[in-house]
Write a protein that binds this ligand. Structure first.
Ligand code: FAD
Ligand code: MLT
Ligand code: ZN
Length: 509
């Protein structure tokens, strides 16, 4: 086989990424992003202001220690991971139980106080932080695992369980969550559900929508919606949990969930390949699907600019020679011999045909992680270069990289870099641009250009990150008027006072 085994670690695997620990501490406070309300010229909704009586009431529900008003303590809850938006909340609440959430929300609804639900605050579209003085309701303390059923593979837990922490418990039963993403060290399962997070294994395990068995949520009235079924099959009436999945905290606060987990693979292999053209990337995707079949668990791509970013700004090195594109093709299965034989045959074929021109194979955990880090840490490396304009679009695969090339042509004089990576196996492109600092002129050259392009090819303006604050006004480019109108009606029905995550997800009517 032409592939050589990885001999050095390509990049130490740093678990992402709480704003607390990494980026925030590295920058002086004068580099705080501007306040969202001013930068985006937003008008405050007709909500009440917090009074001393409100504070006393919240303290009576969750105790003094969990009602936080200190400006410095609030800073990181007011700012997103990308440091691109900043709110002005003066109050952070950290309930521990569903009942506490319910009592808090009931009071907020009666008083018309706006609430911004927050999980791990790793969201990339500005949905998780307030715009004005919304109360931040964090699920940080709601981190109990309620049940792991080793036979059915069902996990039931509170919304604030960190994905990686849940996985650590699941692995004791040879199970794992059916999703994986670079933010696993910080994101909460409740946040994952509320954004319908995609990630690196969607190709294998499907959309989270199919794996969530049950959801418990507090509605804007304070009522507890109990749909916490653990059943794989349940065709009784409307599937209400689907309304909450992906609704980004605008319809309910997810307090607990049941999710179908999967068997932890006994054998995992990861090929890291150098590829000369995007059309070869697509041929390799097709070939991997055909030849690797049921053991294929991820197919990702990144271009050479991504490699430059991770090797320049992070402690990463490229384990193979330089190429215009790189691919990660992962297999997971239950029989090492069978999987290796299949993958070997595939790799021999693609190397001798020239579809891949260089490559390396990782099979043990440390090496797998170091190769995965090259891909998972692109978002982190990008922030080191400057201001990041981030787009997360679905497109027919044949148009995916043309979009990067056309954007590059248009923006090469005004951007430091224009690059693409993503979940090619799912038709999900992450198109990114950087400039030294935020420049409204650059933004006006990117938007609506990007969205018009996506609309022309019948894609989606948000493949997996959601609409949040930053993308919501662009929904109409790829969603029909009738669908958007019905979304507004559902919001109005469940949240007539509009207190849950205002200024987020839906475009202005
Ligand atoms: P937050 O960021 O806290 O919140 C996200 C949204 O959900 C907000 O609108 C918030 O109001 C709402 N919300 C949070 N918790 C609740 C709750 N309990 N009830 C109701 N609403 C709630 N995303 C992907 O889809 N795929 C990826 O591959 C991926 N990779 C990433 C890699 C990195 C390095 C980073 C920083 C982010 C990545 N993301 C990815 C984005 C992000 O991690 C996901 O959207 C994740 O699901 C957010 O979870 P969270 O707990 O951090 O939620
Ligand atoms: C990823 O796939 O790495 C994430 O969605 C984050 C990003 O888009 O940068
Ligand atoms: Zn992604």
């Amino acid at each position: 086989m032409l592939l050589r085994k990885v001999s050095v670690l390509a990049c130490s695997h740093l678990r992402v990424i709480s704003p607390k620990w990494s980026l925030l501490n590295q920058r002086p406070s004068h580099s705080l992003p501007p306040l969202t309300a001013g930068a985006y010229n937003v008008k405050r909704g007709d909500f009440a202001q917090i009074t001393d009586n409100d504070l006393t009431h919240f303290q009576s529900i969750i105790g003094k220690d969990h009602v936080i008003t200190d400006h410095n303590d609030l800073e990181m809850y007011n700012m997103d991971w990308m440091r691109s938006v900043r709110g002005q909340s003066k109050l952070l609440l950290k309930p521990k139980t569903t009942n506490e959430v319910s009592q808090i929300v009931k009071h907020c609804n009666e008083r018309k106080l706006a609430v911004c639900p927050q999980g791990g605050n790793t969201g990339l579209v500005g949905g998780s932080v307030p715009v004005f003085d919304e109360i931040v309701l964090s699920t940080q303390r709601m981190n109990n695992i309620i049940l792991i059923d080793p036979v059915s593979g069902v996990l039931v837990c509170q919304a604030g369980c960190i994905l990686e922490a849940a996985n650590n418990q699941l692995s004791k039963h040879s199970l794992m969550a059916p999703l994986d993403l670079g933010a696993k060290g910080s994101c909460h399962l409740g946040g994952n559900i509320s954004t319908n997070a995609g990630g690196l294994r969607l190709l294998r395990y499907g959309s989270l929508r199919g794996s969530v068995l049950g959801v418990e949520a507090v509605l804007p009235s304070g009522e507890i919606l109990d749909c916490l079924s653990e059943l794989r099959k349940d065709n009784t009436g409307y599937d209400l949990k689907q309304l909450l999945i992906g609704s980004e905290g605008t319809l309910g606060i997810v307090t607990a969930l049941a999710i179908q987990c999967v068997q932890k693979p006994l054998s995992t292999n990861l090929a890291f390949l150098g590829v000369e053209s995007f059309s070869n990337v697509l041929s390799l995707l097709r070939g991997a699907r055909r030849d690797l079949g049921e053991i294929l668990s991820a197919v990702e791509f990144m271009d050479q600019d991504c490699m430059r970013l991770v090797t320049t700004h992070l402690d990463c090195s490229n384990p193979i020679s330089s190429h215009p594109f790189y691919m990660l093709i992962e297999t997971s299965g239950s029989n090492t011999g069978h999987d290796e034989e299949k993958l070997s045959a595939f790799l021999d074929k693609i190397m001798s045909s020239g579809l891949a021109v260089d490559g390396t194979l990782a099979t043990d955990v440390g090496k797998l992680q170091s190769i995965w880090a090259l891909r998972e840490r692109i978002a982190e490396a990008t922030l080191r270069e400057g201001y990041n304009y981030k787009y997360d679009v679905s497109l027919p695969t044949e148009h995916m990289y043309t979009m990067v090339e056309e954007s590059r042509k248009r923006l090469q004089d005004v951007c430091l870099s224009v690059f693409g990576y993503g979940h090619v196996g799912d038709g999900n492109l992450h198109l990114n641009m950087t400039s030294e600092k935020f420049d409204p002129k650059v933004l006006s050259m990117i938007e609506p250009f990007v969205y018009e392009w996506v609309s022309k090819y019948k894609g989606s303006v948000s493949a997996e990150h959601g609409m949040g604050f930053k993308k919501r006004q662009y929904m109409g480019f790829t969603k029909s008027k009738s669908a958007i109108t019905l979304m507004h009606r559902i919001k109005e029905l469940l949240d007539p006072n509009g207190i849950f995550n205002p200024y987020k997800t839906l475009p202005d009517p």
